[in-house]
Design a protein around this ligand. Structure first.
Ligand SMILES: NC(=O)c1ccc[n+]([C@@H]2O[C@H](COP(=O)([O-])OP(=O)(O)OC[C@H]3O[C@@H](n4cnc5c(N)ncnc54)[C@H](O)[C@@H]3O)[C@@H](O)[C@H]2O)c1
Length: 344
């Protein structure tokens, strides 16, 4: 079988992370990189056997990859995805997919219709603990969901920010909602479903001048379930980005993060191996091995899944553009709710 030719667009933090992971795949050849930064390109040229381009249009014209990984600032994703579609190329794009709500569902439709693999980097969907929590909810182990809270903390912006980078501009896809809360929102969409209503949204600046550093919101569902999100990217009590979720149901409750979960069962559940009361499981109890480890198994699992979907055409992406569009819709509802109702 010939190798899948991959191009990487955007060679910053995530571009390099994904390079190192996908480069370990035996059926993949990374053939090209596009990034306007002269510094990045000269380093790539010096150390890696790839073609380099300042303009991503040239990457498509001169290299014709089978698939691309898009790892640029979020506001550029939309135009790059359009060009990717015109070139009939499979694509993995980093979250938050696109900042353009109007294009989100349209792009999802185009790629699906054309049979092109489309995946968004909502990496929690590939974390072994969250996958297990999803399985337990589907098996009705904690019964009907009543309440939840989804939280994410990091120390990304831990001092006054000069406002010059893309992370300090909402138009470019920066701010705590796009950068961090997108993960907490997608985790809710994955485990509970897309909310029917978004209320009580609040945005706080801590260090940033132009964007929010913290966000909270309440999600309401027609079936009576409700829950909150709270995300803070200026919390120095956390060294690494941490997602936490708690779900309360009629038969018990679950508390989970990327590394372990605790489940409280109202009754013994011999089928799942849980006793009445608290049960603790660590990621080492539930993980699937990956051939190469960077940052967490889930980062490798998501890219290997992308390659799997390209190789096995009947396989559907576990985190497609339509999942990305769902998260995008909730993000916009939070911004709208805050503008309309959130200010005192
Ligand atoms: N899944 C995760 O855990 C996670 C973590 C961090 C960032 N991200 C996402 O990854 C994406 C990139 O974030 P990052 O931290 O790598 O940012 P970064 O600033 O480190 O890198 C962005 C790169 O894109 C390049 N770039 C800018 N314009 C370009 C263009 N027109 N064509 C090609 N390249 C261009 C920049 O020169 C830079 O090298 C964002 O969407 C971000 O939200 C995801």
């Amino acid at each position: 079988m010939s190798k899948i030719k991959i191009g990487i667009i955007g060679a910053g933090r995530m571009g390099i992370t994904h390079y190192s992971i996908i480069n370990s795949h035996p059926q993949v050849e990374i053939s090209s990189i596009a990034d306007p930064s002269g510094l990045m390109l000269s380093m790539m040229k010096k150390y890696l056997p790839v073609k380099t381009f300042k303009d991503y249009h040239e990457l498509f014209k001169k290299d014709s990859p089978d698939a691309v990984l898009v790892c640029t600032p979020p506001n550029l994703h939309n135009d790059i995805l359009k060009t990717t579609f015109e070139n009939k190329t499979h694509v993995f794009v980093e979250k938050p997919y696109t900042t353009d709500l109007n294009q989100a569902a349209h792009l999802a439709h185009l790629f699906e219709k054309e049979g092109l693999v489309n995946q968004v980097g909502y990496v929690n969907r590939f974390n072994d603990v969250f996958k297990e929590v999803n399985r337990l909810i589907k098996k009705d182990v904690i019964g009907k969901l009543i309440r939840f809270k989804s939280e994410m903390f990091s120390c990304t912006i831990a001092e006054p920010d000069d406002g010059s980078g893309w992370r300090s501009s909402r138009e470019k896809g920066g701010g705590a909602v796009y950068e961090m809360a997108a993960h907490a929102i997608d985790l809710v969409n994955y485990l509970v479903g897309k909310p029917d209503k978004v209320i009580g949204s609040n945005l706080n600046s801590i260090y940033s001048k132009k964007v929010e550093d913290a966000v909270s919101s309440t999600f309401v569902y027609k079936n009576g379930c409700s829950g909150t999100i709270y995300v803070n990217w200026s919390d120095t009590a956390y060294r690494k980005p941490t997602n936490k979720i708690e779900l309360f149901g009629t038969k018990g409750k679950i508390q989970a993060d990327q590394h372990s979960y605790k489940i409280y069962c109202n009754e013994d559940d011999p089928e799942q191996g849980f006793r009445k009361g608290w049960n603790t499981r660590y990621i080492t109890d539930v993980f699937e091995n990956v051939p190469f480890y960077v940052r967490g198994n889930e980062f490798t699992s998501q890219l290997y899944h992308f390659i799997d979907c390209i190789q096995t055409s009947e396989k559907k992406s576990l985190c497609s553009f339509s999942h990305g569009a769902d998260a995008q819709e909730v993000i916009h509802r939070i911004f709208n709710d805050y503008e309309l109702n959130g200010k005192a």
